[in-house]
Design a protein around this ligand. Structure first.
Ligand SMILES: *Cc1c(COP(=O)(O)O)cnc(C)c1O
Length: 378
């Protein structure tokens, strides 16, 4: 059994995919070929946002957003304590300070009242200027944007939606990557919409920021390629990856449906046995991960071993909260008693992500759940 069966997905779309990839090879427009602009238009229509700018990966996408906003030394950027390293790494890379915020136990996403406390603490300190909140759509579920936005508005923060895992999620009739002032996503192969290498994109309705991001992604270009008006990056999406993504996007809605059916089956078999993922009313997930919670670190680790013994892969996302990462020790204010993140710390000890992808079979789900049941009974 695969944790995320990308080979099976390829087999399902092989004919279209092979044709798309070979046509890029034959056309020989390997950088910024027509597929890149086509894909950007399709993605911005899908998400319902005016501008989509593709780039080299999801980490660069976040960096491009922070650069467009001029975030740097002296700025506080609020980041959930329970996320992938990139969400906070990019903040430090720009010279700004990541301030870690606790998450909601049930959704794994940033907790709006903890956000407000963290902003107040930074203001009371009087050293850093609160500028941005990075809200992460963890495991495919959009953060609680109505609540995050209310806090952001109260303190004049910009909202950066890290939708690296969230593409395909929704709140009501609005799609993920439309909730931030700027939103980003990643096309890393294992993400909900993945390519065959690295890729990413930035989304915004703001013309000025879009123009800046377009410049920053190609060496800070001005009027033309050899007129450089700012220090930027080399962060384009390859034509080949754009072609791959066009094919994947054509089956994406079906895949989101399929993972939702798989999640429903997992829930049916596991609810009441372990803590299953919670999706709030009117929210939709693209199920980048299906993550259960166990009672203790010991139980979680033993269950993972028991699954492994039966050939069932599982993953721990994430074993370490951001505030405990060595890289941030010297940079971030770190949790003082009133800004510690007890929920994130507990989750990192008790979460376990199970095999999940659009091509998982009912039989596979049943054998995972059987193994969990069996383990927990003894
Ligand atoms: C994967 C991921 C990123 C980074 O994306 P890359 O394309 O790997 O650079 C950023 N944030 C989150 C939450 C992610 O899961």
């Amino acid at each position: 059994m695969q944790f995320r069966d990308l080979a099976k997905q390829y087999q399902a779309i092989k004919q279209k995919m092979d044709a798309a990839m070979l046509s890029v090879a034959a056309d020989a427009h390997y950088i910024m070929g027509s597929q890149v602009k086509d894909l950007e238009a399709q993605l911005s229509a899908y998400v319902g946002v005016k501008h989509c700018l593709s780039c080299a990966n999801g980490t660069d996408a976040l960096t491009l957003a922070l650069k467009a906003w001029g975030i740097g030394p002296g700025d506080a950027v609020f980041v959930p304590d329970f996320t992938f390293f990139s969400s906070a790494e990019v903040v430090a890379l720009e010279g700004a300070t990541p301030v870690f915020v606790d998450v909601e136990e049930r959704t794994f996403n940033i907790d709006a009242s903890s956000l407000e406390s963290a902003v107040k603490a930074v203001l009371a300190d009087g050293i850093l200027k609160p500028r941005v909140v990075v809200a992460v759509d963890l495991f495919g579920l959009p953060a609680n944007y109505p609540e995050v936005r209310a806090v952001a508005d109260r303190y004049g923060l910009l909202v950066l939606e890290d939708g690296a895992q969230g593409f395909g999620g929704s709140i009501g009739d609005r799609k993920a990557c439309s909730f931030g002032d700027i939103a980003t996503t990643s096309f890393f192969p294992a993400k909900p919409l993945g390519c065959y290498g690295d890729g990413g994109a930035v989304f915004t309705d703001n013309d000025e920021w879009a123009a800046l991001i377009e410049s920053y992604r190609v060496h800070g270009k001005g009027g033309d390629k050899y007129d450089n008006v700012r220090i930027g990056l080399n962060s384009r999406l390859d034509t080949l990856q754009a072609a791959v993504l066009e094919v994947k996007l054509s089956v994406f809605d079906q895949e989101v449906e399929a993972v939702n059916a798989a999640a429903k089956e997992y829930n049916r078999l596991l609810d009441g046995i372990v803590k299953v993922p919670y999706i709030p009313e009117s929210f939709g997930s693209s199920w980048a991960q299906y993550t259960i919670q166990l009672d203790s670190e010991e139980q979680r680790n033993h269950l993972q071993q028991a699954l492994k013994d039966k050939g069932i892969p599982s993953m721990i996302y994430y074993p370490k909260p951001m505030h405990a990462q060595t890289a941030f020790k010297a940079i971030s204010p770190g949790p003082s008693p009133d800004t510690s993140c007890p929920v994130a710390s507990r989750l990192s000890n008790t979460v376990l992500s199970l095999p999940m992808h659009p091509y998982i079979t009912e039989t596979e789900i049943h054998s995972v759940c059987c193994a969990i049941n069996e383990y927990l009974r003894y």
